[in-house]
Design a protein around this ligand. Structure first.
Ligand SMILES: O=P(O)(O)OC[C@H]1O[C@](O)(COP(=O)(O)O)[C@@H](O)[C@@H]1O
Ligand SMILES: [Mg+2]
Ligand SMILES: [Mg+2]
Length: 340
């Protein structure tokens, strides 16, 4: 039961019993993420004062220029999750391949794998717009004591045991689920403690905000073009308001609080869209569903997609249930050539 002003530490201990295989490791894992988020938050807040802005000079496996803060956040989370005998492997947007983490005495007996987008919304770092971190946790499926393999990471999203994000915005928050609803905690920077500020978060059933990069409009599938037209029509509770921050975490967070839909569709340029299934779409979809929202690729539930590659991309439709259902309807109609 969530109590107002409860600290994150207290909440984790109090709710540990809810974890299917609770032996304290998942609690310790969430605690490690809490710690790493503080380290990154500290650096984000100093952006502009210290040499943390701009490109780091390398590109990641997706061909994107790594920002200094991408690299910093990646190292901070990997370092904090290592040597705590919880995690046996980490996959990250900023690492070409997964990293094997050994347990006590170099044994491969840690239970969980973590997939992470260390810094989400990289294009906003240098312009002081809110950014985030996204994480997803699974129990390994290969036997304990054997080296972790790609199989442990390529699990469908419906097998996640925990997922969450940190938003570094006007305040810094951790929002996460372990399959028993979604709770949000705000950092009190003066004392470095997270407090339960948003218990039991719920997506409003519908809303009036749509978030999509309309700059790509000409390349969008017909169904998305039709849905955007629908959002802009002077009818019923429309037109909706267009809001697009360009940081998935921030756009999602706003839409979960106010009601709305975020769409990053496939385009003629990017047939699979831009967002990565394993460390962006799966964790956000799990949170959305736990908060009564919905997430699909326009046709299929994101959490039921069988992953095939570590950095694969998927089209992403996510937010208030009725809004996602309406967008999916336009996609189906367009696919049948019944476009408006
Ligand atoms: O600039 P675009 O093409 O609209 O893309 C913005 C989207 O890309 C992202 O920045 C991708 O995430 P990263 O910054 O982690 O690579 C999302 O946060 C955001 O929603
Ligand atoms: Mg991202
Ligand atoms: Mg990123």
């Amino acid at each position: 039961m969530a109590k107002q002003n409860q600290t994150l530490g207290e909440f984790i201990i109090e709710n540990q019993g809810e974890f299917k295989y609770s032996s304290g490791e998942l609690s310790r894992l969430i605690n490690s993420i809490r710690l790493a988020a503080k380290v990154v938050n500290h650096e984000v807040n100093k952006a502009g004062l210290v040499d943390i802005l701009g490109a780091a000079g390398d590109t990641n496996i997706q061909g994107e220029d790594q920002q200094k803060l991408d690299v910093y956040a990646n190292e901070a989370f990997i370092k904090t999750l290592t040597n705590r005998e919880i995690v046996c492997g980490i996959a990250s947007e900023e690492e070409d391949d997964f990293i094997t983490i050994k347990g006590r005495n170099e044994l491969n007996d840690n239970k969980y794998v973590v997939l992470i987008d260390p810094l989400d919304g990289s294009s906003n770092i240098d312009v002081n717009v809110s950014v985030g971190t996204i994480f997803s946790v699974y129990r390994r499926i290969t036997p304990s004591g054997t080296p972790v393999t790609l199989e442990d990471f390529l699990q469908p999203g419906n097998r996640q045991v925990a997922a969450g994000y940190i938003v570094y915005g006007t305040s810094t928050m951790i929002v996460y689920t372990t399959g028993h609803g979604v709770n949000g905690f705000t950092l009190n920077p003066a004392i470095g403690t997270y407090y339960l500020s948003h218990p039991n978060m719920k997506f409003p059933e519908t809303g009036s905000i749509y978030s999509v990069n309309e700059g790509n409009y000409v390349h969008f599938p017909q169904g998305v073009k039709d849905y955007i037209k629908y959002c802009q029509q002077e009818e019923e509770d429309r037109p909706y308001t267009s809001r697009y921050i360009g940081s998935l975490v921030s756009d999602f967070h706003r839409n979960m609080i106010k009601g709305g839909i975020y769409i990053y569709p496939n385009t003629s340029k990017n047939p699979d869209g831009k967002l990565r299934l394993l460390y962006e779409c799966n964790p956000m979809a799990y949170i959305a569903e736990q908060a009564g929202g919905k997430a699909s690729n326009g046709f299929k539930r994101i959490l039921d997609i069988e992953p095939t590659e570590l950095h694969q991309r998927v089209p992403f439709f996510c937010g208030s249930k009725r809004m996602v259902e309406t967008a999916e309807e336009f996609m189906r109609k367009a696919e049948k050539g019944e476009s408006n």
